[in-house]
Structure formats: structure tokens, C-alpha cells
Design a protein around this ligand. Sequence first.
Ligand code: FAD
Length: 394
Amino acid sequence: MRRLRTKIAIVGAGPSGLYLSHELRGHGIDSVMVERCSREHLERRVRAGLLEEGTVRLLRASGLGSKLDKEGLVHDGFQLRFENNLHRISTASLIGEPTYIYGQQEVVKDLLAARPLDDETLYFDAEDVRLGGITSDNPCVAFTVGPDRVLVEADFIAGCDGYHGVSRPSIPASTLTFHSRRYPFNWIGMLVSAAPFASELVYSVHPGGFALQSMRTPEISRLYLQTDARDELSDWPETRIWDELGRRLYVDMSETRARGAILEQVMVPLRATVTEPMRYGRLFLVGDAAHIFPPTAAKGLNVALEDSSALARALIAWYDRGQGDLLEGYSAARLRSVWRAQDFSSWLTWLFHPAADASAFDYNLRTASLARLAEAGSTAVAFADEYVGYSRRR
Ligand SMILES: Cc1cc2nc3c(=O)[nH]c(=O)nc-3n(C[C@H](O)[C@H](O)[C@H](O)COP(=O)(O)OP(=O)(O)OC[C@H]3O[C@@H](n4cnc5c(N)ncnc54)[C@H](O)[C@@H]3O)c2cc1C
């Protein structure tokens, strides 16, 4: 067995793990990362795309802003369609902040590119990853890469390994509260090689269900369609998806040319989870390892990077100044933000998704709520505050 010693062992090289390691390295705090997938897979994995102003500021302050500022799309607002009317909601006018479109895989590529060329502290393709000694002063992570079994001993472990990772299950279940909600909807998400039909996001609440037009670049569209939670992808042949998208977004998608080639198609279950507390002994849970959001309000990546930033600050205070209060307060402080983002995500999910059995009463209530948002009054200001994440930064 090969033995290594570091300050922080980081499990998972998604955005939250990579960002944490990047911040720590900038302050001279060494870490070792272990990731079960290949680098190529991480760089190709398409997920989130909407960055809040706070996230963009974090990335710029860490020296990761140049490609983002060149290639990212700045959106001063978005379009909201209901009752066959289109309304523009300008977050820039309402509260002075835009949002940004920049793919999660680009953030991951930027973080990987910022690592030293002779980097020997990030292990890809790791198997049989196990955590040990979490409640001792000498926690460790063991894993296999190629023919080698490697043991990393550390001062702390950061569990950045997502919802299906090994960190959360390494904590005795009796010490955790695991909250979860499954919404009665799925999304079909498609990445399409075609220019978006509108230059901003279009959220459409149609009696037949919700649809969203988003994008990754001026040439690549991202389209989402609400389905029933029991549906499988096989229930949705391509023609059914295009017909339904066209109907709900009020766009003629009957022409094959208008559709573009489908680059990727996924079925995303809408669910929410929160694990409390986000710390056990010397293990800290970060990002999706601790919480999942329904994608409606695009909070997952933004809150994950906030967690990383908060943990980095706490570890820097510990190593530079011997202060432990931020580490002690990490879980409680992060959970306040997480629940705030869950509250908004939940509210928006119910508002945007008509249930299959919704009554006329439900329909009219939803329309009245949407109309209040479109009026640019105090409801719209409060909404914009949560949408761009400003409320969590106050
Ligand atoms: C289809 C889809 C669409 C989404 N759309 C949006 C969106 O529009 N906006 C938004 O904000 N969020 C969105 N999200 C959520 C967002 O992608 C996540 O919140 C974000 O990826 C969280 O980052 P993370 O680093 O915490 O976790 P992850 O990105 O999940 O990274 C965890 C890493 O840990 C690795 N890992 C797992 N198990 C192990 C193990 N045992 N050992 C070592 N490594 C391990 C994984 O391979 C992965 O690289 C979406 C998610 C999905 C699935």
C-alpha cells in the first residue's frame, strides 16, 4: 500500500471538490483529490448552465474569470410565458443583477486547466474508495488506482462526491437527518445543435405542462419538458417530444431544420434532499453530497460552490490563524442558505408545473400568481432577489 500525507483529502472532483482544492492551493494549503471517473468524462458531463452573480464573482476572484467573461452569455432577464402571453422579467432592472449562461463542464475544464501541469495530487479512475477514522484526529481515504492501493492520511476530509458518493453513507445513519422530497414530475432534458429560438431563457407554463428553452452557447440549445414522474424516456419518442415542445413554447418545431440534431437526451427526476448536519467528526459534506435541488431554479451548482467557498474560508482561518469558529459553524451556516434555496426552488417548482389532475380553480390560482410576477411590482422584486441568489448573500 502506498501512503500519502496531506492536510485535506477531497473525495470527488466535480465542481465543488475542484473549486475547494483550487482555493486551498491559492492559500498554500495542500490537498489530495480522488475521483472515480476519468478526466475526459468530467470534461464532457453536461449538467448545469445558469450561474448566479455571486458564483461568477467567486470564480473571478479565484482567477477563473477570463474564459467565462469571454464566452459566458450575460442575461439581464428572461421571458415568462403563460396564457399565451409573453412577459419579460428583467432581474437587472428589478434588482440590478444579471445571470450568466456558462456550462458546468466549462467551469470544470477551467478548474482542471488551472491545476499545475505536473499535478500529482488528483487521482482519476479510482475504485473502491473508502473513508476511515472520521471521528479521530487522523482521518483517511483509501482507494485503488491501477494496480496500487493508496492510503491518504489527512487532517480533514471534504466529501464532495455528489448524491451517489461514498462520503454521506460513511456517516452512521443514526447521527444524520436525511430530508427528501420527490416531486411528481420529471424533466426530459435535451442538448440540441441549433441556435436557441430566443436569446434569453423562456419559461413557459402551459396547461399541458411546463417547458423551458435555455442554451449553452449561441449555437447550442438546452430544452426541457415536464413529464409525469412515472414516465420513461421510451414513452417519449422524438416526434412526441418535438410536438410537445412546440406546443408548450408556442414555436413551430414541425420543420426538422428548426429542431437541430439531438446531442444528448436525459430524464431528470425532480427531487430535493437535505442532509443535516453537514459535518460529522472531521468529515465535511459539500455540494450535492449534502443536498439536491430540483433543477427549476438552477440552484444546485450555485449552492455547491458556495459550500466550497465557505469551507475553504473556514479551513484557511484554521490553518492561518488557528481559528476554529468557522469550521464549527460551517454546517449551521450552510444549512440556512441551503433551506433558503430549497424554499425558493420548491415554490417555483409548484408554480411552474401544472399537475395532470389540476382543477380549473388550481389553474386560475396559478395564473393569478404568474400575473403578479409579471407586474414588476414588489412580488417581482422579491422573486428576482431569490432567482439571482442575492438574498443568500446578504
Ligand atoms: C441532468 C442535470 C441537470 C442539472 N442542471 C442544473 C442546472 O441547470 N443548474 C444548477 O445549478 N444545477 C443543475 N444540476 C445540478 C448540478 O449539476 C449539481 O448541483 C452540481 O454538479 C454539484 O456539484 P458537486 O461537485 O457537488 O457534485 P457532482 O457534480 O455530482 O460531483 C461529484 C463528483 O464525485 C465523483 N464521485 C462520486 N462517487 C465517488 C466516489 N465513491 N469516489 C470518488 N469520487 C466519486 C463523481 O464522479 C463526481 O465527479 C443538474 C444536475 C443534473 C444531474
